[in-house]
Ligand binder design. Structure first.
Ligand code: SF4
Length: 358
């Protein structure tokens, strides 16, 4: 039976938080994965990896991380990057506002901190796109400060250990856990860095969302949820909101001069390139006519779905061969090498690939 959702903070002050530190550190040192961003604790690299890991799994992030650092090896390179190469290197990761914020933060670090990330969480939080979690991660992992970083993994581990029924979306719960953790952090330095990573690593490898591997867990003797067989009742998650549905046509308009793309002017993916889209409130032929595309042939139509955080796009991707279009046109090599097309358009891009070898 799921536990009842608690809208108010439930404090579990009788739990012996201080007892988790040493077994967790010992376990981490034996079991940690060899990940590229764990090599040197450089704050720039820690930051890049943490932002990427907010939206993609470790395995997927490795390749992006490598490419990103090849392209922008220092905070100065990132600060000076042009927008298209920035978006191109992020292509496929989604949430493009994150990489735009990264560039803003890189400029702040260059201009206000002489190119060196600050080590205090409050100064890190003043940088674009850096909240409590990322500030804690950089301060502790890169600088060995006693600064907790509570992410989904950490919420899960601590909610299970203490059987805390508070909904994890309650901001006061995060503050409460930060306070409890800060009190049990080891000495400043390498141990602090390891402790932050150990909590995350335990959540990723052992205390998994479903079927946690309790028998190998270094904290099993301290786990109240395990003791009562209620591991999967925790953490308590907020109720999912229904997604808004939008039905769209996505036009892959090809002429002898290239392929039509335009920048999205509003809404989701604002500022990104797209194949021209339109709501399915009129027939596609009428939309094409409205754009002044008269002499054309519809080659094929394929369906696709893309799910954003709050919206679900149901798309009819329409491959059209036309004499002319009113949009900016790009050659196929330009699309391949320079233009970043959001993942929502992966099906449309595939249609183009199949037909014309993008
Ligand atoms: S004993 Fe099981 S539920 Fe408890 S912290 Fe370890 S893996 Fe998670």
């Amino acid at each position: 039976m799921p536990v009842e959702e608690k809208k108010n903070l439930h404090r579990v002050d009788d739990y012996p938080y201080e007892e988790i530190t040493s077994p967790l550190l010992a376990w981490y040192r034996e079991n940690k994965r060899d990940l590229p961003w764990r090599k040197d604790g450089d704050p720039y690299r820690v930051w890049v990896s943490e932002i990427m890991l907010q939206q993609t799994r470790v395995e997927g992030a490795k390749e992006y991380y490598k490419r990103f650092l090849e392209k922008f090896p220092t905070v100065y390179d990132l600060a000076a990057a042009d927008e298209e190469s920035l978006l191109k290197v992020w292509e496929g990761l989604g949430y493009y506002s994150r990489v735009r914020n990264m560039q803003k933060a890189a400029r702040q670090v260059r201009d206000e901190h002489a190119g060196v990330f600050p080590d205090a969480p409050e100064k890190l939080r003043a940088l674009a796109g850096i909240g409590d979690y990322t500030a804690g991660a950089i301060a502790s992992i890169a600088y060995g400060r006693r600064a907790p970083a509570v992410d989904g993994n950490v919420f899960r581990v601590l909610s299970r250990l203490t059987e805390n029924p508070t909904d994890i979306s309650l901001p006061a719960y995060k503050k409460y856990l930060e306070e409890k953790l800060r009190a049990v952090y080891p000495e400043e330095g390498k141990a602090c860095s390891d402790f932050t990573q150990a909590l995350m690593e335990l959540g990723a490898l052992v205390c998994k969302p479903t079927s946690p591997d309790c028998e190998t867990c270094p904290l099993r003797a301290l786990c109240r949820a395990k003791e009562r067989g209620r591991q999967e009742d925790y953490p308590v998650l907020p109720k999912k909101k229904d997604k808004r549905e939008e039905k769209l046509f996505v036009f892959v308009l090809v002429t002898k001069d290239g392929v039509a793309l335009r920048r999205r002017e509003k809404g989701v993916l604002k500022g990104m390139y797209e194949f021209p889209t339109a709501p399915q409130d009129r027939p596609k032929e009428e939309i094409l006519r409205g754009w002044g595309v008269d002499d054309y042939r519809i080659v094929k139509v394929e369906k696709a779905v893309h799910i954003f955080t709050h919206i679900r796009w149901e798309m009819d991707c329409v491959l059209v061969r036309a004499e002319s279009t009113p949009f900016e046109q790009f050659t196929i090599p330009q699309i391949r090498e320079k233009i970043s097309l959001p993942t929502a358009f992966v099906k449309a891009k595939e249609m183009l690939e199949k037909e014309y070898g993008v």
